[in-house]
Design a protein. Structure first.
Length: 261
């Protein structure tokens, strides 16, 4: 099952069929009211059976919005060995060469606040690169949708846009199959500039453990999203440029395509 947010309402995809809220049951459903539900998957399935959702058309690509309401976006860092290598390299000149080695092996994962909802760019939207950064890269990540009760209720594709030149100067300690593949392609002027893949099985941290630490002494009335770290890092010689197209795909979830603008 997939849950979308469109320009008009929420929409469900189940077994290649699409369902919209039935006006006879009150019509429009807000994103926050849905994702805050306990046992969300079972709730939506029951709603389809009870006629609260009626069959509709596939949404137009231009009508899709980022799947977020008032949820905060958090992130976990250095959860893949490739990320550990990249962070060590980028922070050497700032004296943090062995710092991320300790982060990678520490019992407590690096978890930090990433973005408020209004900063999230949806599918097909333009992402920005900072003009005070000389080294910018996309980071393809599995994103978890977590309920107010701390349960993982969904997954989506995330792009943790990062300014590596700034991060390097300021090092901080901050039921999906593990065979799931994550891939990223970057196109420039019609040519493929970079491509990489990784597997969830390459992640050092268990997803449930990341959620457990995020919810320690934290509460999220509408739930939240957690980006789980990247295992795909372009070479040090690469930096994004205006007009680049970023395609991130997670098998079984979908693809996120954005242009740098």
């Amino acid at each position: 099952m997939k849950l979308y947010q469109t320009a008009f309402s929420c929409l469900i995809e189940e077994e290649n069929r699409f369902y919209v809220p039935n006006m006879a049951f009150g019509g429009l459903r807000s994103w926050d009211s849905l994702v805050a539900r306990a046992r969300l998957y079972a709730y939506l399935q029951q709603g389809i059976r009870d006629g609260e959702w009626t069959e509709g058309a596939r949404p137009a690509q231009g009508d899709l919005r980022a799947p977020i309401g008032t949820q905060e976006v958090w992130a976990a860092g250095v959860t893949y060995y490739r990320s550990r290598e990249a962070r060590i390299e980028e922070s050497k000149s700032a004296g943090g060469g062995d710092f991320y080695d300790r982060v990678y092996d520490a019992e407590r994962p690096e978890i930090f606040f990433k973005a408020s909802p209004h900063r999230v760019v949806g599918p097909g939207g333009k992402v920005a690169i900072r003009d005070d950064s000389s080294w910018s890269v996309p980071e393809p990540e599995l994103a978890l949708l977590i309920s107010p009760q701390g349960d993982i209720v969904g997954y989506t594709v995330g792009n943790d846009m990062s300014s590596r030149s700034i991060e390097g100067e300021n090092p901080l300690y901050l039921p999906l199959p593990m065979s799931t593949e994550i891939s990223m392609e970057i196109f420039r002027g019609g040519s493929k500039e970079f491509a990489g893949t990784t597997l969830l099985s390459s992640m050092k941290r268990d997803l449930a453990v990341l959620v457990k630490y995020l919810y320690r002494n934290n509460s999220f009335p509408s739930g939240c999203f957690l980006l789980t770290g990247t295992g795909i890092v372009p070479p040090d010689s690469f930096t994004l440029q205006g007009g680049d197209e970023i395609r991130i795909t997670i098998v079984g979830i979908g693809a996120l395509i954005n242009t740098v603008g």
